[in-house]
Design a protein around this ligand. Structure first.
Ligand SMILES: [Zn+2]
Length: 482
């Protein structure tokens, strides 16, 4: 690997979080739906059907472009990108060509504790294609079908300049990009479900600042596969160069099972798309009013938020990173601080107990019944030593399950506010001393005397002890005394 300069650029496609598709009213929530149940003449490309742009697509793409510091082009023009493929019923894809939404942007991200910048070449929108589904095994039995549910789902495509110099940087940059689109609520960025997809181009050269022959790698569907595919390419191309052979300019696919990249068949490289403006969609101007409105809706970017968490709340880089990478978790944390301003304690609970529970249940914090206010109240009880840490954890679990507040749960469960058994023992002994007659009655077999003593202890603790615990301790002390 040593000796070669590695140059990497990435291209990321994100499904935009719209309810309807890009040019029709069909729904976009296609995961788990019956194939071809979310289709209409427009997204099936039936002749005579006319596309109508979903305004939300433009707004979300503008939001992404603005957040990435792009220059916004004043005019939106859609082009037809012509190619033939079974998952593309129209024979062309509606995309943007020489007028993308934004150009010349920047992504700031962190790698090995250092902040890096990578330039963005362009941000544009396009519609997604359908999906081929293969069934059966062997050539004779295999069947292929096409599911057009995904056809026409709006995408934002973010293309970077080749500024990355290692597979690790590519992975970190992609992770930051996903965090950013999630922050903006522009896309759910879910790679497993295919709503965020990444292609990369990579070249190696002997001369610093000079690029070698570019190879494009496609079909990477996780951060891990992006990293491993690029690492594989670095090694493959290095060994070709070392033996003085030429690297071939080509498109390669990442084979997740075999851990190798393989050359794509020739036709997939033929990129003569014959772009021309779509005659069904009129060019549009982007108004200053719209830009001002979208600019105002931008949220704090993750890297900035991380620095603020470290400065304002004295969190470590690692703690801040975990919180900030998940916007909902970071929002929850800050919301909780409004009611209980102890960042260190709140952070500890969020990163240990709460994350553990969420991971076990496969939940997101905003899907759970736990509210920031409930956690604040629980931590206040804990801080005033009204409940022990063990009981607090127990109550927390109950809050997740029932959505009740901590005091309500404590009352319902009869959980002791006096959780310290030693303290309870002292009170029990006092009551035994104060009621010798009842003790004698109990020891001579009168059950009612026991209940009387339980009542006396409960009264002495002003109802703040668990009746179960009182019974246990009382029985034990009576045995010991008798
Ligand atoms: Zn449709």
């Amino acid at each position: 690997m040593a000796g070669y300069n590695v140059t990497i650029g990435i291209e990321v496609h994100c499904h935009l979080s719209t309810q309807a598709k890009m040019f029709c009213r069909c729904g976009t929530d296609y995961i788990g739906k019956e194939p071809n149940s979310l289709t209409c003449p427009v997204c099936l490309g039936i002749p005579g059907s006319l596309p109508v742009l979903n305004r939300k697509v433009l707004e979300l793409a503008l939001k992404a472009a603005l957040a990435l510091d792009c220059d916004i082009l004043p005019r939106v023009v859609f082009h037809r990108k012509n190619y033939f493929y079974p998952d593309l019923p129209k024979g062309y894809q509606i995309s943007q060509y020489d007028f993308p939404i934004g150009v010349n942007g920047i992504i700031r991200y962190e790698v090995g504790g250092l902040i890096r910048e990578i330039r963005i070449k362009r941000v544009h929108t396009e519609e997604d294609a359908g999906k081929l589904v293969h069934q059966g095994e062997g050539f004779r039995f295999a069947q292929s079908g096409v599911d057009y549910n995904r056809s026409g789902i709006p995408l934002v495509e973010i293309v970077t300049e080749p500024d990355l110099t290692s597979p690790e940087e590519a992975r970190e940059c992609l992770m930051m990009l996903r965090t950013i689109v999630r922050y903006l609520e522009v896309s759910d960025g879910n790679m497993e479900e295919g709503s965020l997809r990444c292609d990369a181009n990579i070249s190696l050269s002997n001369t610093p600042g000079e690029m070698g022959v570019k190879v494009e790698v496609k079909n990477m569907n996780s951060f891990r596969s992006v990293y491993r595919a690029l690492q594989f390419e670095v090694e493959r191309q290095s060994s070709i160069l070392r033996s003085n052979r030429p690297v071939i300019q080509e498109t390669r696919h990442w084979d997740e099972m075999k851990n190798v990249t393989v050359a794509a068949r020739g036709k997939e490289e033929a990129e003569d798309y014959r772009y021309f403006p779509d005659p069904d969609l009129l060019p549009m101007n982007i108004s200053d009013a719209l830009l001002t409105e979208i600019r105002a809706s931008l949220t704090e970017m993750p890297l900035h938020r991380k620095e603020r968490f470290m400065n304002d709340y004295e969190l470590t880089g690692n703690e801040a990173e975990i919180l900030v990478t998940n916007k909902n978790l970071a929002d929850f944390f800050e919301e909780c601080l409004k009611d209980f301003r102890k960042p260190r304690l709140v952070c500890n609970w969020v990163l240990t107990e709460i994350l553990r529970y969420l991971n076990e249940e496969g939940q997101e914090i905003n899907q759970s019944k736990l509210t920031p206010r409930m956690l604040a109240e629980l931590l206040r009880l804990l801080e005033k030593k009204e409940i022990s840490g063990t009981i607090a954890k127990n109550v927390l679990e109950d809050m997740f399950l029932t959505g009740s507040g901590p005091r309500e749960i404590i009352a319902r469960k009869g959980i002791s506010f006096i959780s310290n058994e030693k303290e309870l023992e002292k009170i029990v002994r006092e009551m035994i001393e104060k009621n010798p007659q009842s003790v004698a009655d109990y020891l001579s077999g009168k059950e009612k005397a026991f209940n009387f003593l339980v009542g006396a202890v409960m009264k002495a603790t002003r109802g703040q002890a668990s009746p179960e615990l009182v019974k246990t301790v009382l029985a034990r002390e009576l045995q010991a005394g008798g």
